[in-house]
Design a protein around this ligand. Structure first.
Ligand SMILES: Cc1cc2nc3c(=O)[nH]c(=O)nc-3n(C[C@H](O)[C@H](O)[C@H](O)COP(=O)(O)OP(=O)(O)OC[C@H]3O[C@@H](n4cnc5c(N)ncnc54)[C@H](O)[C@@H]3O)c2cc1C
Length: 503
């Protein structure tokens, strides 16, 4: 019997497996696909953008280097002379952002660091990096196992695949948008039905110059010609009518592309094609008994604005340490329930973010008028900065009952004067106390939570005017103190997240 069975070895399941493995839990991952690296998970179709909060999550565990080694083309359209400026290009409703227009002065909680604000990678790269790490941490990954049954009682969960049974104390469904775990465990999944069918494909297109580069809205939909040869996308506002169990044929794709683009462009061959929709749905809770959901199993959004994977990584990071503490019997009361409480609003935001884009991309005069207003707004520094901050994930804030602006957000990568960074201090998966106070005021208090918290004292390159911060293992600031930090207030925060002192 394992501590945790994770269903799905996608990026979210594997990230969670690494977090649990790091915390010493026994983890079994069950994956339906017999082999990794399916063609649509490799670049260019499998290309995915990771934004700042996810980049920080990989960085904290020392996983950013291998990811960058395999990264795709630099993420960012604009460069200027300022190395602290984000080289960044996301989009909103197909309107590209220019990193040079981000007003850094308006982001006082962002500390420019050595890591990029966004990384262009691919699903297979993320999965390879995480699988290797998981194996080193003793996680067992079994492939070719399609889960089709699940029962639970007060003591355990039994996950089934055909006649095989996999008992565990907890199970987590990371098995994607059509999650079997979600269905088998009786989660409610609620949201909105699609307005369009989207297609992504790799094709041979001899007259590709008939298509504009980038996103092109037309009176009939939107098409997209990406940088890689033959990599195209189309959004056909058919109300999601295309039967997605069908193969996307060359004839069908050419007909849709011609109709939407208003050209007579020719696809002589389609090498790879898949379809998606903008159905936006979310599980009403992420936990039922001993079964939890994370990633696309918990929420599905259209790919617009690249939030699906980023939201899923955030789920895994948030859940890992809480589930591990629960398994060790060290979790303070209700810790695991903060997973839904904190992550459900973030998922709901992602649904809204993509719905807003769909509303602005519809091929009707009202939506096109909204699109015009958005274009104007995104030509302003304020508009670009607003979207940049939202996309980055760094502005998402859990309500932890403390008004200080940093509390509840992902911590910026503080740089203690000894040359380390906060991320360096977080590799072992413990929380961190950064004590910037002159007399190392919290040293004795923090020592009482030594097995859960790493203590680091000293000045920092920029302490954002704070005397100390308590950072949870998921990188979220749980507490912040003044120049002479209040020990009682720190100890209450430490007890709230880590339980009674262990020494
Ligand atoms: C065209 C496109 C572009 C996108 N671009 C971005 C982007 O730039 N940024 C971004 O953040 N997101 C993007 N997304 C969304 C992103 O790909 C998903 O949100 C992400 O892959 C979800 O990860 P996951 O691990 O939750 O699920 P998946 O990646 O779906 O992995 C689930 C795993 O579970 C396995 N599985 C399923 N059922 C079972 C079963 N019954 N038993 C065992 N195993 C099972 C599957 O084989 C799979 O390996 C994009 C999506 C699309 C379609």
């Amino acid at each position: 019997m394992h501590d945790v069975v994770i269903v799905g070895a996608g990026p979210v399941g594997l990230f969670l497996a690494c977090e649990l493995g790091l915390a010493g839990c026994s983890v079994l991952v069950l994956e339906r696909e017999p082999e990794p690296g399916a063609p649509w998970r490799t670049a260019p179709l499998g290309r995915r953008g990771l934004f700042a909060a996810s980049v920080a999550a990989f960085h904290r565990r020392g996983l950013l280097e291998p990811l960058l080694a395999e990264a795709g083309p630099a993420f960012g359209a604009a460069e200027d002379d300022d190395p602290a400026r984000p080289r960044f290009a996301g989009h909103f409703a197909g309107i590209m952002l220019d990193g040079a227009d981000v007003d850094l002065a308006a982001l006082p909680l962002r500390l420019p660091g050595s890591v990029p604000d966004a990384v262009m990678t691919s699903l297979d790269t993320v999965e390879a990096v995480l699988s290797e790490r998981a194996a080193k941490l003793g996680v067992e990954i079994r492939r070719g196992v399609a889960v089709d049954g699940l029962t639970q009682d007060d003591e355990r969960v039994v996950v089934r695949a055909g006649a095989r049974e996999y008992p565990a104390r907890w199970a987590v469904g990371c098995d994607g948008g059509r999650s079997a775990v979600r269905r088998l465990a009786g989660f409610e999944f609620a949201g909105t039905e699609p307005q369009f069918t989207g297609y992504v494909a790799l094709a041979t297109i001899p007259d590709v110059e008939k298509l504009n580069p980038g996103f092109t809205p037309t009176p009939r939909g939107v098409y997209l010609r990406m940088a890689a040869d033959g990599h195209i996308g189309v959004m056909d506002f058919d109300g999601g009518a295309f039967d997605r169990s069908q193969e996307v044929t060359r004839e069908h794709l050419q007909e849709v592309l011609r109709r939407v683009s208003g050209t007579d462009v020719t696809l002589t061959e389609v090498h790879l094609a898949s379809s998606y929709t903008d159905r936006a749905m979310q599980a009403t809770t992420y936990r039922r008994g001993r079964v939890l959901l994370a990633g696309d199993a918990a929420h599905i959004v259209s790919p617009l604005g690249g939030q699906g994977l980023n939201t899923g990584i955030g789920d895994a990071v948030n859940l890992g340490w809480k589930l591990a503490a629960t398994l060790r019997g060290q979790a303070p009361d209700g810790l695991l329930d903060t997973y839904t409480r904190e992550r459900h609003p973030v998922g709901a935001w992602a649904l809204g973010w993509t719905r807003a884009q769909v509303a602005a991309m519809r091929p009707d005069p009202h939506a096109q008028a909204v699109q015009g207003v958005l274009r104007d707004l995104l030509r302003t520094r304020n508009g670009t900065t607003y979207v940049f901050e939202k996309l980055s994930g760094m502005s998402a804030r859990h309500d932890l009952g403390d008004d200080r602006p940093l509390v509840g957000r992902v911590a910026p990568d503080f740089r203690p004067a000894d040359g380390t960074t906060l991320a360096d201090l977080m590799r072992d998966g413990r929380g961190v106390v950064l004590d910037f106070s002159a007399d190392h005021h919290l040293r004795a208090s923090a020592a009482a939570w030594e097995s859960e918290l790493r203590y680091a004292a000293g000045t920092a390159e920029n302490d954002l005017g704070l005397g100390a911060v308590l950072v949870r293992p998921d990188g979220v600031v749980a507490w912040a103190g003044e120049h002479v930090p209040d020990r009682g207030s720190f100890e209450r925060a430490a007890r709230r997240w880590f339980g009674d002192a262990s020494v």
